[in-house]
Design a binder for this molecule. Sequence first.
Ligand code: UD1
Ligand code: UDP
Length: 359
Amino acid sequence: MADTHLAIILGTRPEMIKLSPVIRVCEQRDISYTLVHTGQHYSDELDSVFFERLDLPEPEYHLDIGSGSHGEQTGKMLIGIEDVILTEDVEFVLVQGDTNSVLAGAIATSKLDAELGHIEAGLRSFDRNMPEEINRVVTDHVGDYLFAPTEETASLLRDEGVDESRIYVTGNTVVDAVQAYRQIAAEKSSVLDEHALSPGEFVLMTAHRAENVDNPDRLTDLLAGIDRVARELDHPVIYPIHPRTQDRLNEFDVTVPDAIRPVDPLDFLDFLRLEDTASLVITDSGGVQEETCILQTPCVTVRDSTERPETVAVGANVVVGTDPSDIANGARKQLAESTDWEAPFGDGNAAERILDVIR
Ligand code: UD1
Ligand code: UDP
């Protein structure tokens, strides 16, 4: 490892969270690495708050790319990342997940004399309308080391003809992150008091996925369905709003129903505390489907597909789309079931395993 110059690329909130265990293990093992921030997320509440809370080091390279169309954003990142790889003589690049930052890191690396490791490889929603699905497929097919979180995701890679020698089943680093921060969140977060919430007596929701919030009909349906759940349960719904969604609510002039309490995006400790104590979580987030499964909190996913079917298989999650009746039925079903499932994403040592492989 000492001879391998490693670069770790991140750009968005979920990458900061899921790469934090990898960065921690690098620090513990004295592995030198160059941290590259694409700047895909830049608002304090999606960026600096996570660097502070997760104790992440200042990136050596900040590309400051920001928002834009897929082509503009990915293209600018590609140029910036290529430059870093060449300047630093990088031999191994690590990316995590399915964002445009991952796609740019993958394409840049694959055309240079460096190897690519993809953390969270093999996930598939089989919906090519999702930009994330395109990013996953491309990254897995140009990657040299594919760190699949589960046996199921490894099989999906084999089904696509990926050679066995490139596949490593490691677990998901989200387990490492939840294990590292769950207790700290319980001790330090005052989010329940701040929002006058009692454990087990509120619903947490998030919705930011482009296919939901960029479509006014789906966004309106989704909110109507969650409003119905809130009224049936007589529980408040707390809704940390992603800036993309806030922009769309303003643009489409869609009003959030009264039973749903919009709040600014939360830092990881506060959000984790809410996930841990909510009666139910309703979401279209990938990471939130995993975290609720790990925390034994029932989840309803307001999407037409999921690339995390393991959560559904164990009974932690149900995928209902955005029809209001289906959302209400999904919530009833999840609340009626027991929550003693076994989480399928590993033992919390994924980061250790990934760095063992790279070494
Ligand atoms: C991106 C990822 C998505 C991931 C999400 C995590 C892609 C294609 N999408 O979606 O897979 O689930 O991050 O949260 O990579 N904005 C801000 N401040 C920011 C960042 C974004 O206000 O710091 C607003 C801008 O209006 C921007 C919009 O959000 O146009 C969308 O940002 P973008 O990074 O393109 O995609 P996300 O929706 O954040
Ligand atoms: N998250 C957070 N604060 C919030 C909403 C989400 O810290 O207000 C965390 C959440 O715990 C999870 C990650 O952000 O780890 C998920 O990010 P997001 O839903 O934006 O992206 P996705 O996982 O869908 O790519």
